[in-house]
Design a protein around this ligand. Structure first.
Ligand SMILES: [Zn+2]
Length: 700
């Protein structure tokens, strides 16, 4: 499922958050290693003049910002154009052009940062100017001195090289080797129901990926903290939390999670019973956390792939309009026109002519390209595009609406200065796209656009629909929380390096009720088996978007008169706000603020709420939660879980325990090509980004 895909280039737009960019980071890691070695001098006369003026105290801040805006738009636009050229036509030439453009852009960012860092921002009274300069003053690792920056990039590169080149041999077939995470291992995790095979693949993938990068990751923790201190943060945890502008973010996130947790626990208990029925009570205990390897996904972050064996009402499916789309002769362009009409019906914008002229709607089939759907803002207030290898399916029709929500967001905040052209916080872009997707996916909507006949939804089909959605959206929440809480604890030094792996499993158990299939130790490094850890990409935005999308959706449904707590005919999950100018007004005002004010204010205006809150999510899933509770009571299932023994020991040897497949724990390893050729690896890294995003952001 690609609908939660964050557009790669959104992050490029925002200067102050290089670290939060996905594409930028991969490219940047490769490029900065080069630029740091060259120690590129300040070349730009304009910036040099301003830096001199800053030194003499004669600086007009408005003037500085106006010049940076003018230059920044050009630089950003050139860079995005090169990345577009590369992703829509992957070859050596476009790749080197993209690298060069990214390097130039990094230089510009660094120069702007050098300028801003000489200013006394706190002394500025105008809050907007102060906010703009603050955003410009945070450039993440780009603030490191050249030698350190090179080390930082090298460490990430080496870890990604391990991750991207990791392969394993087949279960019970040592001569069939070279199996990769995508597509081989992810397919086995999704489809196999063989306990031993799943356990073998789970262990082997970790042995070949995470375990090989533990030393490198320890270095990265220090480098992240050093980079944070150059940006005037106490440590990298503080830096990573900065975009959320909350003095007690951790408590806020915990509170939001606790508001969802009763639903998660009912789901968890029900799934555990179904898995116990399949694998037997000796393998799946009545009370323990779930074994992580039988959940249909390498990391247990989405359980969508085991919906077939857990479905509440097998065979009762909700609508699929794909065949009707084909019958009606739909083309990909028609799908984009239908999506455009959705937004126009809300009194939001039609797509500009440049969008129709320059977007890529189908795979042209004559060249390599990065097919992952994405939405692009070329920074110049003119050029907005979608890149998508669209097929005529219901799933893709929903994705088209999601991607176009990003374009709506771009258009809506386009009048703001560049620093503010971003989501209200890093979760907002995806949350808006998903709120729209929830509306478009309803039977009511497909009826409205003539793709489905009038019919009444069977309650059992509704339960199945909500169940499949929860196995993805609800399950991702505790995983997302663990991904960044674990890293924050490392950056904060709450956890020392002798406990990295066991701390990971403590958090997995605490938040998700999931345990490793075999005893783990500090010789392992299981977090490293997930792409975003070696790539050093924050993950918490997925949690934030996962909660927020329901808050936004509920507010839009309320405005559209489509939600009523007192009317059983209008449960939240059946709401479609298509055609509602009132809903569109709320959405438009939310989007046009960009990141110019704290997100809590933006949220309050749109929804009346001032913080993340799982209440809307609970309301959406209420019929499912009621069904699960009844079902768990009926079967006498324990809701929740109890710790049932050691999941991780500091040392396997001193633990003195019999360990499954103990040969796996201490095997020697040679790092494959530690000096991976920068230019050659970019394609594989970009490819890996694409594939890992599919399972990650999307749900990742
Ligand atoms: Zn998206």
């Amino acid at each position: 499922m690609e609908i939660l895909r964050r557009p790669v280039v959104v992050a490029v737009v925002r200067q102050g958050s290089t670290i939060f960019s996905i594409l930028t980071l991969a490219l940047f890691a490769l490029l900065s290693a080069v630029s740091a070695q060259l120690d590129i001098p300040l070349r730009d006369d304009l910036l040099q003049t301003m830096i001199r003026e800053a030194g003499s105290g004669n600086l007009d801040y408005r003037n500085v910002l106006a010049k940076l805006e003018f230059q920044g738009i050009q630089q950003c636009s050139n860079n995005v154009a090169s990345q577009w050229a590369y992703e829509t036509n992957v070859n050596e030439f476009t790749q080197s052009q993209a690298l060069e453009a990214q390097q130039l852009y990094s230089e510009f960012q660094n120069q702007a940062w050098q300028l801003i860092s000489r200013l006394n921002i706190n002394g500025i009274r105008d809050p907007t100017i102060r906010r703009r300069l603050t955003f410009l003053s945070i450039v993440g690792p780009a603030a490191l001195p050249p030698g350190q920056l090179e080390r930082y990039n090298r460490v990430i590169n080496d870890m990604l090289s391990i991750y991207n080149s990791a392969t394993i041999c087949a279960h019970n077939d040592p001569f069939r080797c070279g199996l990769r995470l995508y597509p081989d291992l992810s397919q086995i995790m999704a489809k196999s129901r063989d306990w031993d095979e799943l356990q073998y693949v789970w262990i082997e993938w970790r042995r070949r990926s995470g375990n090989q990068m533990r030393d490198l990751y320890e270095q990265l923790v220090d480098l992240n903290n050093e980079a944070a201190s150059y940006n005037n943060f106490t440590n990298a945890a503080e830096y990573w939390m900065f975009p959320y502008e909350s003095p007690d973010l951790q408590q806020e996130l915990d509170a939001a999670w606790n508001s969802v947790r009763p639903l998660y626990e009912e789901l968890h208990a029900y799934v555990r019973r179904k898995l116990r029925d399949l694998y037997g009570p000796e393998k799946v205990s009545r009370q323990a956390p779930l074994p992580s390897h039988i959940l249909g996904n390498m990391w247990g972050q989405s359980w969508t792939n085991i919906v077939d064996i857990t479905m509440p009402y097998p065979g009762k499916n909700r609508l699929d309009v794909t065949q009707e789309m084909l019958n009606q002769g739909y083309t990909p362009i028609d799908m984009f026109r239908v999506a455009e009409e959705f937004y126009v019906s809300l009194n939001l914008s039609a797509m500009p002519p440049e969008f129709w002229a320059s977007s890529l709607f189908v795979d042209p089939g004559d060249r390599d390209l990065v097919c992952q759907a994405s939405a692009w803002d070329f920074c110049n207030r003119l050029d907005y595009r979608i890149k998508m290898c669209t097929r005529v399916t219901m799933k893709d029709l929903i994705t088209v609406h999601h991607e176009m929500a990003h374009i709506q967001y771009f258009l809506r905040y386009s009048k703001l200065p560049r620093e503010f052209r971003d989501g209200a916080n890093p979760g907002f872009h995806e949350a808006v796209g998903e709120a729209v997707a929830l509306s478009v996916a309803t039977p009511r909507h497909f009826q409205a656009i003539g793709l489905a006949p009038r019919y009444s939804v069977e309650p059992s089909a509704d339960i199945n629909y909500l169940f499949a959605l929860a196995m993805d959206k609800v399950v991702l929440l505790p995983f997302s929380l663990t991904m960044d809480k674990w890293r924050w604890d490392l950056f904060n030094r709450v956890v020392n390096r002798e406990e990295y792996n066991c701390h990971w499993h403590r958090l997995r158990e605490q938040y998700s009720g999931i345990k490793p299939p075999v005893l783990r130790s500090e010789d392992d490094f299981d977090p490293g088996s997930k792409y975003h850890i070696p790539a050093n990409i924050p993950y918490i935005r997925n949690f934030v978007a996962g909660i927020l999308q329901f808050q936004i959706y509920r507010a839009l449904c309320q405005a559209a008169g489509q939600r009523s707590l007192n009317d059983p005919q209008k449960p939240l999950h059946r709401c479609d706000f298509y055609g509602s100018g009132a809903a569109g007004g709320i959405l438009g005002r939310l989007m046009e603020k960009g990141s110019s004010i704290p997100w809590q204010e933006t949220l309050q205006e749109a929804t009346g709420e001032v913080r993340l809150d799982g209440d809307a999510l609970r309301e959406f899933f209420r019929p499912l939660e009621d069904w699960l509770r009844t079902e768990n009571l009926r079967t006498g299932e324990l809701v929740g879980w109890t710790y049932d023994g050691d999941y991780c020991k500091r040392s396997i040897e001193t633990a003195g325990l019999q360990v499954y497949g103990s040969g796996f724990y201490n095997s020697a390893f040679t790092v494959e090509s530690p000096t991976c050729a920068l230019l050659i690896t970019i394609i594989s890294i970009a490819g890996c980004l694409t594939s890992s995003l599919q399972s990650a952001i999307v749900h990742l």
